[in-house]
Design a binder for this molecule. Sequence first.
Ligand code: GTP
Ligand code: MG
Length: 237
Amino acid sequence: MNQLKKLSVIIPAYNEVDTINECIDRVLHANTLGLELEIVISDNVSTDGTREKLKKITNENIIIHFRKNHSGKGANVISALKRTTGDIILIQDADLEYNPKDYPSVLEPFFHANADVVYGSRLTGGKYHRVFGILHLFANKFLTLSANILYNATFTDIETATKVFRKDVITNLNLKSKGFEIEPEITSKIMKNKTLRVFEVPVTHAARNYSEGKKVRWWHFFTSLASLIKWRFIKYN
Ligand SMILES: Nc1nc2c(ncn2[C@@H]2O[C@H](COP(=O)(O)OP(=O)(O)OP(=O)(O)O)[C@@H](O)[C@H]2O)c(=O)[nH]1
Ligand SMILES: [Mg+2]
């Protein structure tokens, strides 16, 4: 089972000039449970100086892809994924809401429980999270409950950005979504594959508000719900 040697941390970045360097620094200092570390950053044509900061990076363990055309987060994740060489792929947002100090917890099931996929959940109550707006909580709970009903599952947080996969598993998902609908697409596709062993572990979350750079808007609730329904009933791959 455990031919796991290398971890690829994907950082899809878009207009995160205030946090990108510290995020990379935190990832470089993370405990990867002995896995060799590769960081793959994809910049989605940032306009706030993120791109210029990334251009200064010379670390040979950091691969940086500069997209030519701006698109959504899903397209950015897919661009980074294509450039990974690790055995395990971990998606890390560039905004410091999720902390690489949680890597040992999210990686452990790959070594001790034969995991194929691990979600870092913000909503198990097991770790600290910032007290935040109730509408965001309702939206997430509704989407998560919908996924649980559609797929007979027990997720607590399908919208978490911290998702970790064996490389072959995420490659075979053949991801298509260009925007934030990539999160429900991932959950739908892994739950359709009944052979996968999927785990959740608690992670910390330091939410930010709109003045601090938050990008997800109210309408993404509807695009996410539509994505869940599409991948459950209409499209298969
Ligand atoms: N809009 C957008 N966001 C991107 C892109 N690539 C990466 N991201 C990241 O996606 C994240 C989503 O936006 P947030 O505003 O943090 O969303 P949120 O509602 O706080 O949700 P969580 O981060 O999952 O808690 C940010 O970290 C962005 O940097 C992109 O191309 N477009
Ligand atoms: Mg965020």
